[in-house]
Design a protein around this ligand. Structure first.
Ligand code: MSP
Length: 513
């Protein structure tokens, strides 16, 4: 697939009233890894994240904090900027829905939908979840033990009745179904695609897209008592950050349609049904893919403020390290499936995969070279079959990883990389350079040269997943910074290049849990 040279990827924009937790960190890290990988391959990447700042939920939180909503959101959106900074996220833009550029785009999209006959005024009465900022149908309701009406995900519903503008979603059912049929990869994983298909096949009702019972939002043009429904407002961030409706804008021309919107499974319907319908209705091409990832539980339980088990990502990285946490997130939960966080599994991943497998390989080879080859890359003699076999396998791994990453299969990519790391460790054991040192130094030099080449190639692949550790290894191999992208993958290591004294990259964690 991937042949176009530009690439646009987005995270959902986070509700600004929340405190960043493992779920937010996960989506952001996933997008960052994909963005880094695509850049590594030479694409011009645009990576967007930001905060969702309007709506009833945020207004409520502002009132509880006794602050004006704008002052409240200015303050709390910093927490998410802080997440991108502390996680060393390579986003190119950070959008806030309270910014003028965004309001301008939303108003313009509204006017276009109105002009195209997709909006009408009526009255809404029904069940609403402030937590999800979503309307629910009568057949989706149940009751909790307090007799309150709840949505399928457990959020409490309130009855609302108010004048409202509606989007003619029902008239887009057939066009959406046709679109899904023609774009079978629009939603991943496949199980989620089927879920969307069945939801739309069951019929669509028109969607209420304005509210009148609170004020905190973008006003409907010429109808100041209505604010635009927060999801229509929020989804537009993906195009307002590209300067929509200015279709002469370079950003717009280069990056729309987005290559991928990464979202959690809970917000799939908004992205895979409402969003393409809004876009088609405004004669804008829909994004190419919606990837819905799973949810993290904590020690087997649902994460929630009331249980007090919310995982603080800042605390984890200060205790265990950034690469360590990122690796865990990407490896432990298969992208698209649910996963469970526990400190025990975090420590065991760090010790088994990062310290024992990768750290051990790098450490023992580099220290051995440093001590026995006068601190420089040794000159190889003739390669044997066993050397060539492993080097060929390494190159096959690279090809596989590129293919897997084209389908955004991050966990599978890491598994492939770790298979070759384990093989490199076995090769080291079998070739035993410490024995060759006494018997055959020219063979020892060849084995070490092969191992250094493999370590370089492995680090080239791990750069997007665990950038800090990978860069440290590449520094230890004296590979110049500007020679770490895809096109230098096959460049041979120059023998006699001196290498610095090796340092540990992923120390073992000896904490008992
Ligand atoms: N503001 C909306 C998104 C608008 S996008 C146009 C929103 N925000 S959110 O802050 O509630 O959620 C952001 C993302 O975090 C969602 O993709 C959601 O799935 C994800 N997660 C929230 N809790 C999570 C877990 N426990 N595990 C994994 N991700 C979860 O929805």
């Amino acid at each position: 697939m991937q042949d176009k040279s530009s690439f646009y990827i987005t995270t959902p924009i986070y509700y600004v009233n929340d405190i960043p937790h493992i779920g937010h960190a996960y989506t952001t890290v996933v997008c960052d890894t994909i963005a880094r990988f695509m850049r590594w391959r030479g694409k011009e990447v645009r990576f967007l994240t930001g905060t969702d700042e309007h709506g009833q939920k945020v207004e409520k939180s502002a009132i509880e904090s006794s602050l004006e909503p704008q002052i409240f959101t200015d303050k709390v959106s910093e927490r998410f900027k802080n997440l991108t900074n502390q996680f060393n996220i390579t986003n190119d833009d950070f959008i806030r829905t309270t910014e003028e550029r965004h309001k301008k785009s939303v108003t313009s999209l509204w006017n276009t939908l109105l002009k195209n006959g997709n909006i009408y005024l009526d009255k809404y009465s029904g069940w609403y979840s402030v937590r999800d900022e979503a309307f629910y149908n009568i057949d989706e309701l149940s009751e909790n033990n307090k007799g309150e009406k709840i949505a399928p995900n457990g959020s409490i519903l309130e009855w609302i009745e108010e004048p409202s503008f509606f989007f003619k979603l029902s008239s887009w059912q057939e066009k959406l179904l046709k679109f899904y049929k023609n774009n079978p990869n629009f939603v991943s994983p496949k199980s989620r695609y089927n879920e969307v298909l069945s939801f739309v096949s069951n019929g669509l009702e028109d969607l209420s897209i304005s509210r009148t019972s609170f004020k905190w939002g973008i006003s409907v043009p010429h109808e100041n008592n209505h604010v635009i429904y927060v999801w229509l407002d929020a989804l537009t961030n993906y195009i307002s950050a590209l300067e929509y409706p200015d279709n002469k804008s370079q950003l717009w021309k280069k990056f729309w349609p987005a290559d991928i919107h990464v979202v959690g499974k809970d917000i799939l319907r908004f992205h895979a049904v409402y969003w393409p319908a809004f876009l088609m209705a405004a004669q804008i091409e829909p994004p190419k893919k919606i990837f819905a990832h799973g949810w993290w539980t904590v020690d087997g339980e649902k994460m929630s403020k009331s249980t007090g088990n919310v995982v603080d990502p800042f605390k984890i990285i200060s205790e265990y390290g950034l690469d360590q946490f990122k690796y865990f997130l990407l490896r432990e939960m298969r992208f698209g499936k649910d996963g469970d966080f526990s400190e025990k599994s975090l420590v065991s991943r760090i010790n088994a995969d990062l310290s024992n497998d990768l750290g051990n390989l790098v450490q023992r080879v580099l220290i051995f070279v440093y001590k026995n080859c006068e601190g420089s890359i040794p000159k190889p003699d003739k390669f044997l079959k066993v050397d060539n076999l492993l080097l060929t396998e390494m190159n096959q791994t690279k090809d596989k990883v590129i293919k897997l990453m084209d389908e955004y299969l991050l966990t599978d990519s890491l598994e492939e990389i770790w298979k070759i790391i384990k093989k490199c460790n076995s090769y080291t054991d079998n070739q035993a350079p410490w024995v060759l040192k006494k018997e055959n130094t020219s063979r020892m030099n060849t084995v070490l040269y092969v191992l250094l080449t493999l370590i370089k190639k492995i680090s080239f692949l791990t750069q997007s997943f665990i950038p800090d550790g990978s860069h440290k290894v590449l520094n230890q191999l004296s590979i110049p910074l500007e020679e770490r992208s895809h096109e230098y993958y096959d460049k041979k290591l120059e023998y006699n290049t001196s290498i610095p004294e090796p340092e540990a990259i992923f120390p073992r964690i000896d904490k008992k849990i």
